[in-house]
Each structure stands twice: as structure tokens, then as C-alpha cells.
Design a protein around this ligand. Structure first.
Ligand SMILES: [Zn+2]
Length: 249
């Protein structure tokens, strides 16, 4: 029963994250006005705003004008619900569970805002640094561990950007990525944020090469791969570090 409630709660939060993804990069309020169809401007009635289901029942179209609803709305709702459930199965009802609900939600906004707008809103990254540092008081990471994590995360990707610029003579890393990595460090601590840094390019390279071959696109948003790397580090990082350093430490 709790699993079901966690999943439903995740889908409702996902619905709200969709609003954040759409509005934060535009500098709009995430509270008002209520959602409207971008096609006909009609307010979306509550029964067409039920997470996951409404999208399927409406066949991905507005009830009134039949404008297509972006698949992203559905993906974010399902993804958030699934992540909430996985976090519950992993952490149980604990302080770490609630802290990581916030962490995962921020990563989802960062990921999809970066995909759509090539921008990670400061409310998410800088707000997330504060949330990460505060949550460390309850999760056992410690206040200092969280601060060191934030500094490590920001510094490692900033330096990578400087080196990349020197090597390739063009901008390799945006300021948004530096703030995002500081947020990831604030939640995960210095060891796991360094691991995140090494996991991300693996996925980034696969997508980057695919995009370059298919569309000739040179610059790819990097936030989604840092976010994915952070989630992998969250769930498997300690095991990976034990494996890597079991002989050394
Ligand atoms: Zn419409």
C-alpha cells in the first residue's frame, strides 16, 4: 500500500516538476496562473490534469483544440513516480529517503530544462546547494561534508572546463554545469561527486556521438548526463568505490 501511495505521490510531484521545467527558464511564476493549453489558451480542467492517466486518455492531445501535448509531460510524470518508488525501496521511510526525493526532483528539472532550454535554472542549482547542505544535517553526511562536496563538485568541473577550453579552443562547460555539480556534491559528498564526474562523460559521449552523426549537432547539453551520473553514484557509488579501492584503503 505504501508503495502505491509513494508512486502516486511521485506522479503528482512529477506533474509539478513539468510546470517548473516549462516556467522557471522563462522566469514565470510556478504557482500562478493554472496550466493552460499553449494551443487554444483554455485553462486545463482538473480531470484533464491527472498525472499519467490524462495524457493517455486524451491521446496526447488537448480536449478542445487537439493540439499535441508534448511527450515530455508523460515521461517526467512516469519517471518521477518510478524514481520515488525506487528511492522508497532503497532507503525505506527515512531521512535519506526524503532528502533524496528532493535531490531526484531537482535533477529531473535540471535534466529536462537543460534539454529544452540549454539552461539549468539557478532556483534549482543554487537552491539545491542550500537544500543539500541543510539535508546533510539529517542524512549523516554532516554539514562540513556537504560543503566540501559542493566545493569539490563545482571545482572539478570548473577545472575540466578550463582545461577543455585550453585544449579545444572553445567553450566546453557552461556555468550551469558548475552550479549543478556543486548541488550534486552538496547532496552526495566529495567522493560520490567525483565518481559522478567520471560516470557522466560515458553517457554524454554516447549521445553526443549519436547526435553528431545524425544531426551534425556539436554542442550537447551536459546537465542530463551529470544528473544521470549522480543517480548512478547515489545507488551504486559506495559499492563501486569499495570495489575500486578495496585493495588500496
Ligand atoms: Zn487546446
Amino acid at each position: 500500500m505504501t508503495k502505491f501511495i509513494v508512486f502516486i505521490a511521485g506522479s503528482i510531484v512529477g506533474s509539478f516538476l513539468n510546470v517548473c521545467i516549462h516556467r522557471l527558464p522563462r522566469g514565470e511564476s510556478i504557482i500562478r496562473p493554472s496550466s493552460r493549453c499553449p494551443g487554444c489558451g483554455k485553462a486545463i480542467p482538473w480531470y484533464d490534469n491527472i498525472p499519467i492517466f490524462s495524457f493517455l486518455l486524451l491521446g496526447a492531445r488537448c480536449r478542445f483544440c487537439k493540439t499535441r501535448i508534448r511527450i515530455r509531460y508523460f515521461i517526467v510524470e512516469v519517471l518521477t513516480a518510478a524514481l520515488f518508488l525506487i528511492l522508497y525501496l532503497y532507503f525505506g521511510l527515512s531521512a535519506k529517503f526524503f532528502a533524496n526525493l528532493v535531490f531526484a526532483s531537482l535533477l529531473i528539472i535540471a535534466t529536462f530544462a537543460d534539454f529544452e532550454h540549454q539552461e539549468i535554472p539557478d532556483q534549482v542549482s543554487i537552491g539545491g546547494i542550500c537544500a543539500g547542505v541543510m539535508s546533510s544535517l539529517f542524512t549523516g553526511l554532516t554539514f562540513l561534508g556537504s560543503l566540501i562536496g559542493a566545493l569539490t563538485g563545482g571545482a572539478i568541473i570548473y577545472l575540466a572546463g578550463v582545461l577543455g577550453k585550453a585544449a579545444f579552443k572553445k567553450e566546453a562547460m557552461g556555468g550551469g554545469d558548475v552550479k549543478l555539480m556543486a548541488m550534486i556534491g552538496a547532496f552526495l559528498g566529495w567522493k560520490l561527486v567525483i565518481l559522478t564526474f567520471f560516470i557522466a562523460p560515458f553517457f554524454g559521449a554516447i549521445v553526443g556521438i549519436t547526435l553528431k552523426i545524425r544531426t551534425g549537432q556539436e554542442v550537447i547539453p551536459y546537465g542530463p548526463y551529470l544528473s544521470l551520473g549522480a543517480l548512478i553514484a547515489l545507488f551504486f557509488g559506495d559499492a563501486v568505490l569499495r570495489l575500486l579501492f578495496s585493495g588500496l584503503l
